[in-house]
Design a protein around this ligand. Sequence first.
Ligand code: PRT
Ligand code: ZN
Length: 293
Amino acid sequence: MTRSKDSSTSLRIAIQKSGRLTDKTVDLLHGIGIDFDNYKRNLMVKTRNFDVELLLLRDDDIPEYVQDGVCDLGFVGANEIHEKEADVTVLRGLNYGNCRLSLAAPKDGSIKKPEDFAGKTIATSYPNITSRFFTEKGIDINILEISGAVEITPQLEVADGISDLVSTGGTLLANGLEEISTILESETKLIRTNQELSPGKQELVEKFLVRIDGYQQAKQSRYIMMNAPKEAIKTIREIIPSMKSPTIVPLAESDMVAIHTVIPIKRFWIVMEELKAAGASDIVMLPIESMIL
Ligand code: PRT
Ligand code: ZN
């Protein structure tokens, strides 16, 4: 289904129509200033302020649509990219939709490691990834390919174990299964077609990436403000690994200053106690919309 080259000038982006990735992908697109609505009712949506059209698809179909150039970019889980063995380029990992494809078996059974699956039947919606895993280990298994409710197959005695996506592990637990081994770690990826893009489209891809990077960077950072005695500035600057030099503003009380800076969110919780010990007070942390470095 390869699209004839450059049949449109808009960048065509595939996203999941309705599922676990949809809300976060839509939030991300809105977050980088791409406006659209009615995506729940339509299969194709034009955006208002960026030369992009969105194609709303089942996640399973996204790798192939991007591979074939029907869509230029796509947002989809690494699990689907690997399962479809899609010939695409991963541009960014997006750190949502995180999960893992794992082998699991009945808790009270005899299967405790991958080798114990030899000669057994594994139910899965990921036959390719699962077969490759066992082939690489030289272990013969039988695959039962099913599209849903994989976790109940051992209870129904149609499979000895399963290979399925896990995030919290609650579903395995509820079905009397235990995780044996992780086959693949997954997150949502932004993928690009390997078909040639026109210079105009390539430029749009680059602009899109700048926005995504700004958004990602902002999500991981916080703007923090605090008051501190002047003599604590040196110590506080050593504690805060700020982006550039922090902003220091004098306060009405002549021996006090306000210090403003940007800090990785993970770091904030580590250094907060140190900041207080150094004399900082009234520490305020604010989310950042976007950050273009
Ligand atoms: O209709 P369409 O084909 O588009 O959607 P879908 O039903 O095939 O997929 P969907 O929306 O369920 O998942 C979309 C993507 O989300 C997956 O391809 C993964 O990349 C990602 N993802 C992240 C997950 C999970 N976490 C997840 N936990 N996909 C599925 N699950 C299921 C899993 O299959 C199992 O049934 O959740 C259950 C386990 O969850 P825990 O939390 O109990 O471990
Ligand atoms: Zn699917």
